[in-house]
Design a protein around this ligand. Structure first.
Ligand SMILES: [Zn+2]
Length: 257
């Protein structure tokens, strides 16, 4: 099983990083993908990886990008491109739009998203998209940037059936996380109407822990709870969900099978 979105390099895991990785390994997590938040994330990921080298069989993968909530002006284009170009960087993100926390920097957020799209295409690395209260603008920009070579994921999908279908038509996978387990969230009913062959699993740790851990710190082992929820929704076994979603993730991020 693959956790395609976990910020395990953040201070929330400072005290029990080794145990957190062991717990993930014990439920069958093989790979964890770490989306960046800002330029500082690079050092944090590097030190996490060097700290736990040899302690775990889990492969830890790095991304490079600036989270929309951290976009408050013009981004240093050259610095971002250099970072994304490094061979150890698997994907470009997370980028996207977020109108929930602030609409003050919308035009900078849009410029940043377009820049990340351009870099993603030029390096042929997938893009990882964050979206909150900004779906139409996000998908409009992806549509305008889609030239047949842009591929990526709408992480923590919480859209409608129509929005999910539009995203898939635009070449995106849907990242399914803990929100699908929330009562009254409605995401479970939405994803049932969408194509499982376009889904990948994620936690967004340390945020958005699935039921019954809602409100507490999230961690990669809970990817399994998301998988179990999908197995109930689609009436399949957890192993079948794992095979489908892991293969989707391996294709999207060109991970070894
Ligand atoms: Zn995230």
């Amino acid at each position: 099983m693959i956790d395609t979105h976990a910020h395990i390099y953040l201070p929330q895991f400072e005290d029990d990083g080794a145990e957190m990785l062991m717990r993930a390994e014990s439920v069958g997590i093989t790979d964890i993908l770490m989306p960046a938040i800002d330029f500082e994330s690079e050092k944090q990921m590097d030190s996490l990886i060097s700290e736990h080298a040899g302690q775990t069989t889990i492969k830890l993968h790095r991304m490079a990008g600036i989270h929309p909530c951290d976009v408050t002006g013009t981004i240093d284009e050259k610095r971002l491109l250099d970072w994304c170009s490094k061979p150890e960087i698997l994907a470009v993100g997370e980028t996207g739009l977020d109108y929930y926390w602030s609409t003050e920097h919308v035009s900078d957020q849009k410029k940043s998203l377009k820049l990340h799209c351009k870099i993603s295409k030029s390096l042929n690395k997938p893009i990882v998209l964050h979206n909150r209260d900004s779906t139409t603008d996000l998908l409009d920009i992806i549509e305008s940037e889609q030239n047949g070579t842009l591929r990526g994921v709408w992480h923590c999908f919480t859209g409608t059936i129509e929005e999910g279908k539009r995203a898939i038509d635009l070449g995106l996978q849907l990242g399914i996380g803990g929100v699908v387990t929330f009562k009254n969230g409605g995401v479970d009913k939405t994803v049932k109407q969408l194509d499982l062959n376009q889904f990948i699993l994620e936690t967004d740790a340390p945020y958005l822990a699935p039921t019954p851990h809602r409100g507490k710190r999230n961690e990669p082992m809970y990817t399994q709870l998301v998988g179990i929820k999908l197995s109930e929704i689609f009436d399949l076994t957890l192993s079948e969900i794992d095979i489908i979603t892991s293969s989707n993730a391996r294709k999207l991020f060109t991970l070894e099978f």
